[in-house]
Structures are given as C-alpha cells and as structure tokens.
Write a protein that binds this ligand. Structure first.
Ligand code: G3H
Ligand code: 13P
Ligand code: ZN
Length: 308
C-alpha cells in the first residue's frame, strides 16, 4: 500500500509525459519546506511531479516523518504525485522504501558490471511488481567534474546504446537513467556549461523506442541564483549546469524524467543567506525558512516551464 492512496506509480506519469513529448520534474526533498515548495509549484503549473528522496535524505527525516509529510502533501495537491526513492544502492533499501509505501524506486547498480547490474535490478523489479511500484535503473556512469577533461575520456562513462534494449528487456524496468554527459552537484563543467551528448541519447532512443528515459544531474545552476549565494557570503566556484536549450533537446529525444536537486539547494541557500544578512536581529526561523521556501517555489516553477 502506498503512503497515501492518491499517490501514483511514476511510470503512469512518465508514460503520459512521453506521449505528450514533455518531461516530468523529479525534485529531491529533505524537509517540509522543500515538499511544500515542490507541491505548490506543481499546483501552480498544473503538472504532475515526482517527489524523490535519497537514502541519506530518508535517514535525515526518518520514514515516519517523511510518510506523514508526504501524505499531507498528497492531500493538498491538485495534481498527481509520485513518491520515489532516488539512487537506491541495493535491494535492501529498495525493499524498505517499497515496504514504507513509496510508489517508485530507483535501483542504482550502475557501478556493478553489466550482468550484476541486471541481476540486482531484476530482483528489485520482481519484488516491486507485487505492489505496483515502478522501478528505474541506471546504465552507464554519470561523469564527475574531472571526467569532463576530454570528450574521449568522457565517453567511457556514457551509456552504451547497444546494451540499452537488452537491459530494459532483461530487467523489466519501467524507466532507464542514462549517462550522456551530466553530473551531480553545482560543478558540472570546468569552464562553462557542459554539452550533452544528444547523439548518444538518439542512439539509445533508436534502440528502446518509446520508453521513458531519465536525466540525472540535470540542474541548470542558474547564474543569477549562484550570484545571490556568493553575494551573501557563499563561495560557490565554477558553478555551471545544463542549459535550458540542452534540456529541451534531450526531452525531444526521449527524456521523460528530469532530476533536480541542486537548483533547489542553491535557490534556498541564497535566499536564506540574504534574509539573515539583511535581518540581523531576527531569531524567527519561520522568516528565513519561509523566504527559502518561496525561492524554492519559484525555481521549481522555472524548471517545470522548461520541461513543458
Ligand atoms: O543524486 C543525488 C541527489 O542530489 C541527492 O543527494 O544524497 O545528498 O541527498 P544526497
Ligand atoms: P542535480 O545535482 O543536477 O540537481 O541532480 C540531482 C539528481 O540527479 C538526483 O538524482
Ligand atoms: Zn541522480
């Protein structure tokens, strides 16, 4: 049973998005303010979203608080929501998420060799299907900043298009995360915004057809929001993300789920820093967390606009 009966499996939302040639934002949350911001933005944009938590985020909140907050969010929401485990590293954490009412999980066994990745992923799919839970898995490894030194080095990390269909068929997953040149965090390119390998994506799509593909590490790392952080005491160097035009091109070529965490962190951080700097006598946490929450609403709306 899902945390709230109105939660939907991610694959339902993603397959609909694919047919409309749009993508769904999958936004990471670690607290109540982030959940409220994501749902408020989704309601304003009248589009479904995926709320996702990593295992460290689950440890931070605890399953109990997480479930209660998500259930409240689903009751408030006017749009369909899915609750997704982000980057589950093994069968056990995926099972825990499913047993706690998540409607979707990611098993990320992409660091294992191909056959082992298939084996673990299949195990999760077999368990998840008893509960109607969607499963995302990953093929290829997301580049780290240092991996962007040259294209040929970078390519070693890309998803191998020749494995994509075999992997999808053997595992029975409902969406596939691909590595095409993105990386997690605010430092995606050394000297500027990194370019995605749309060619690799096109090759993958040729193999898998109409199947939801997922882009991790897809934050835009907006310069204006980084600037606010730095203006108020942060030291974010070489902060670059994926351009909106690359995101749009990726969506045209089969990306149906776009993962965003860093953009919310940066929007929240800059606003809280600014609020605290400008209101030195304030001791009320609702004031600065509330300001952070408003900034998060705006950045989530900004991202969703790019995906439609
Ligand atoms: O993909 C990684 C996400 O940004 C989650 O990060 O493990 O720090 O919660 P986290
Ligand atoms: P960003 O760090 O680019 O926001 O990516 C988040 C992500 O991929 C979560 O799985
Ligand atoms: Zn990710």
């Amino acid at each position: 049973m899902f945390v709230n009966e109105k939660l939907v499996p991610a694959e339902k939302i993603l397959n609909e998005a694919l047919s409309k040639k749009i993508a769904i934002g999958a936004f990471n949350f670690t607290n109540m303010e982030a959940i409220q911001a994501i749902v408020t933005a989704a309601n304003k944009m009248q589009t479904p979203v995926i709320l996702q938590a990593s295992s460290s985020a689950i440890t931070y909140m605890g399953f109990g608080y997480l479930k209660a907050m998500i259930s409240a969010a689903v009751d408030e929401s006017k749009v369909p929501l899915a609750l997704h485990l982000d980057h589950g590293k093994d069968f056990e954490i995926c099972k825990q998420a499913i047993d706690n009412g998540f409607s979707s999980v990611m098993i990320d066994a992409s660091s294992l060799d191909y056959e082992d990745n298939i084996k673990v992923t299949k195990e999760v799919v077999n368990y998840a299907k008893n509960f109607g839970v969607s499963v995302e898995a990953e093929l290829g490894t997301l580049a780290g900043v240092e991996d962007e030194v040259s294209v040929s080095e970078g390519k070693a990390f890309y998803t191998d298009p020749s494995q994509a269909l075999d992997f999808v068929e053997k595992t029975g997953i409902s969406s596939l995360a691909v590595a095409i040149g993105t990386s997690h965090g605010p430092n995606k390119g050394r000297l500027g915004n990194p370019k995605l390998s749309i060619e690799t994506l096109k090759e993958i799509k040729k193999k898998v057809g109409e199947f939801p593909l997922v882009l991790h590490g897809a934050s835009s790392v907006y310069a204006d929001l980084v600037e606010i952080c730095n203006q108020y005491g942060a030291d974010l160097k070489n902060a670059f993300g994926i351009t909106d035009s690359d995101i749009k091109e990726a969506i045209k070529n089969g990306i149906a789920k776009v993962n965003v965490d860093t953009d919310i962190r940066i929007a929240f951080l800059g606003t809280v820093r600014k609020y605290l700097a400008e209101n030195k006598s304030n001791i009320d946490m609702r004031k600065y967390l509330g300001a952070g929450r408003e900034a998060a609403v705006e950045v989530v709306k900004r991202r969703i606009k790019t995906f439609l």
